[in-house]
Design a protein around this ligand. Structure first.
Ligand code: N7H
Length: 466
């Protein structure tokens, strides 16, 4: 079967689209108490699950399960056995803790959910609506519907920040892989096989991803991490690092260094195309270049040495595109084996509604504990995609030639032995490069789990287990 026949009516909608038109969303973490009642609820729910073809204007609903959740529902053992090892073992084994960098303040023992001391999470319900009233009504109706079978562990709220920004003040959700068989978002090097994201389809290597046969078809593994952002700490660090010899702040340099760390300007304009200034600063939201235009670039031809977009910046290391050795074509092939489909949402109020660094720095809010990113990403192979990116490109300080011996300046876990040890970041430039040292950890993990989001016919199977 070719990619062009992906059965979008069986694929859950959030895998196909980010639901950007749904400004309100919440995620309900559930524990299954009564499998029979939960199966009844799922049976009723099936018609209400948003599929990959629909765009219901009044609200959208999707659902995913942990391995424990599928087991609690009584999924057949031979199907359970077919899932990948990472999904079966979960996010908090000592091995995963090491490769993901979950130590110190980010250790699973201190998580608010999903950790070894928390209630087991079995299922997550994703609810989206165009208005907050709509979302509240939607949420109440679902609570009444699942109450007999499941208890609610936690409701995770989300927030839509101005100009689609995340809390540090940068526009997010721009870069995404194009998926063959979905709509054609872009052509050329950005397109990857459906089997990179959906089970039951061939991946970039021509193989089928690991999964439980027909039950897995059109489903996708989902990594969910609640990432707390220390926003004041971030801007204070950048502010101090860019003060002049007399100790005076320099707002333009401050934004420039932060943009170098991210790889895009606050507006989302990519540094590789706009190395000197934020080309889209001040542009009203409805006049922004479409995401696929902002996402159409490589590094090799324009910026092989990182003078525009530093080699160690967040976006360049999390998707090196055509910049890896030995040549652009093999680099693209290699990078495309490790793509993730990001569907996260911010949570918590912004420190300043303006999202401006000066206002964030002037605020009296200490900024801790209240805000961050519900990081969500889909893939067909957690080990090769999310875990590979997190371990080898984001956290690894060892890839000297690639990233100048440092972890990611935005979301890196700088040193396993010393949680407060400062990382380094190199801004390549001629005649001399600049090295920023003592970078603390700006992002901590507060919860997380590996889920599987089944195809809709697989949810029907779950509802019919006897
Ligand atoms: Fe990142 N940030 O605000 O700085 N991310 N990220 N991320 N991220 C991206 O291009 C951010 C995190 C990726 O294809 C942008 O859409 C923050 C993790 C990938 O060019 C911004 C956090 C992982 C891309 C941020 C965070 C990734 C990407 C630019 C944590 C994977 C696309 C906007 C709180 C393990 C790269 C855009 C490409 C882009 C930020 C986490 C991966 C602004 C704040 C944990 C693959």
């Amino acid at each position: 079967m070719t990619d062009t026949t992906v059965e979008l009516s069986d694929v859950q909608g959030i895998i196909r689209r980010g639901y950007g038109d749904m400004h309100h969303a919440c995620f309900l973490l559930l524990r299954i108490r009564d499998a029979t009642a939960t199966r009844r609820w799922l049976d009723d729910l099936i018609g209400g699950i948003t599929d990959g073809n629909e765009k219901p204007p009044e609200g959208r609903l999707n659902i995913a399960f942990t391995y424990d959740g599928l087991e609690s529902l009584g999924l057949e053992q031979e199907l359970l056995d077919g899932f990948s090892r990472e999904f079966k073992e979960g996010m908090t084994t000592p091995h995963r803790q090491r490769i993901l960098g979950d130590f110190g303040r980010s250790a699973p023992e201190s998580w608010e959910w999903g950790g070894p001391t928390n209630e087991p999470v079995h299922c997550v319900l994703f609810l989206y609506a165009p208005t907050s009233e709509g979302l509240a009504g939607f949420c109440d109706a679902q609570r009444a519907a699942f109450a007999e079978g499941c208890s609610e562990i936690r409701l995770l709220g989300t927030v839509r920040l101005p100009l689609r920004k995340e809390h540090f003040g940068f526009r997010d959700g721009i870069a995404q892989p194009g998926i063959r068989g979905f709509e054609s978002r872009d052509e050329g090097g950005n397109m990857v096989a459906a089997g990179e994201f959906l089970l039951g389809w061939r991946n970039q290597s021509g193989r089928y991803p690991e999964g439980p046969g027909a039950f897995g078809r059109n489903g996708s593994y989902l990594v969910f991490r609640q990432l707390e952002q220390h926003v004041r700490k971030f801007w204070e660090f950048v502010d101090n690092a860019t003060r002049d010899g007399d100790g005076n702040a320099d707002a333009a340099e401050r934004t420039r260094l932060a943009a170098k760390m991210v790889g895009r300007w606050p507006s989302g304009a990519p540094l590789v195309r706009h190395p000197d200034r934020d080309a889209d600063a001040g542009t009203p939201e409805d006049e922004f270049p479409p995401d696929e235009v902002s996402d159409r670039f490589g590094y090799h031809a324009l910026d092989p040495h990182g003078h525009r977009c530093p080699l160690g910046s967040h976006i360049r290391r999390s998707n090196p595109r055509d910049a890896l050795e030995p040549d652009p074509a093999s680099s693209l092939r290699n990078s495309n084996l490790h793509r993730i489909l990001r569907r996260g949402r911010a949570y918590g109020p912004p420190i300043s509604p303006s999202m401006e660094p000066a206002d964030i720095l002037a605020s009296s809010e200490d900024g801790d504990g209240a805000r961050g990113l519900h990081f969500l990403c889909f893939q067909a192979d957690i080990a090769q995609q999310f875990e590979f990116v997190q371990q080898n490109w984001i956290n690894s300080p060892k890839v000297e030639s690639l990233f100048y011996a440092a972890a990611d300046p935005i979301t890196g876990a700088h040193d396993p032995e010393h949680p407060d040890y400062g990382g380094t970041f190199t801004v390549q430039a001629t005649p001399v490069r600049r090295r920023v040292t003592g970078i603390p950890r700006f992002v901590d993990v507060k919860g997380g789990a590996y889920f599987f989001m089944p195809g809709i016919s697989a949810v029907a199977h779950l509802s019919q287990i006897s």
